[in-house]
Design a protein around this ligand. Structure first.
Ligand SMILES: N[C@@H](CCC(=O)N[C@@H](CS)C(=O)NCC(=O)O)C(=O)O
Length: 217
């Protein structure tokens, strides 16, 4: 398949609200690397995306040499290795970050899906899954006892990897979330929700269809 975008930029298949795609877009954004953005619908994925990556998850990044990167953490590495102006990678290789990501992408995401989308799962009790999510929420809140962000007082890799998922957890029931006693975490999240970083990667784009003209992100 032809892997060149018309403007010779990497191609990014993405879905605006997907937390994995969001963290990938944040890293691409901070790196300053431009991409051709292809906004997709998860229930109607473009055939070309599935040809590049049969597992059918976003984000999928196609480099100019045809290399396909279809895991969000790998997209982040690619972008930050190109350019990491605020040294986000300083928190990447710590034991704490690795542990947090493992729980976030594993157990927390598992319960988050069953809390937020309980109707999609048979016989799942959203309350049960919400309770399980809270264990992680509480541990992230504790990580924020001595610094504004997870690693230090500025945003870095550890934060951008987790924040889109915590945002999603809040959205499931905003009033309830905002009544929780986890003040460090709520402050950390609300700073992110108000940030130019989040705003820059949450612009709305028309859905992409094969043959459409390109949108540069
Ligand atoms: N491990 C993958 C997970 C990506 C993922 O699961 N993305 C979701 C959207 S948030 C997806 O594309 N799901 C496929 C579907 O819903 O059909 C990554 O980190 O990139």
């Amino acid at each position: 398949m032809d892997h060149k975008s018309k403007n010779n930029l990497p191609i990014l298949y993405s879905f605006r609200r997907c937390p994995y795609a969001m963290r990938a877009r944040m890293a691409i954004h901070i790196s300053g690397q431009k991409c051709e953005l292809r906004e997709v619908l998860l229930r109607d994925k473009p055939p070309s995306m599935l040809e590049y990556s049969a597992k059918g998850t976003v984000p999928v990044l196609i480099l100019q040499d045809g290399k396909v990167i279809d895991e969000s953490l790998d997209v982040i590495d690619w972008a930050l290795n190109l350019n990491d102006p605020d040294d986000w990678q300083r928190s990447k290789d710590t034991k704490k970050t690795k542990e947090l990501i493992k729980i976030n992408d594993g157990e927390f995401k598992y319960h988050l899906d069953r809390y937020k989308y309980s109707k999609r799962y048979d016989n799942e009790d959203p309350e049960f899954h919400r309770k399980n999510c809270l264990k992680f929420i509480e541990s992230v809140n504790n990580e924020l006892n001595n610094s504004k962000y997870i690693f230090d007082d500025n945003i870095s890799y550890a934060d951008i990897v987790l924040l889109p998922f915590i945002r999603q957890f809040r959205i499931a029931d905003i009033e309830w979330f905002d009544s929780l006693p986890y003040n460090n975490l709520k402050k950390w999240l609300s700073g992110f929700l108000d940030s130019t970083l989040l705003n820059s990667i949450m612009k709305k784009y028309d859905l992409w269809k094969e043959g459409d003209k390109s949108i540069v992100f």
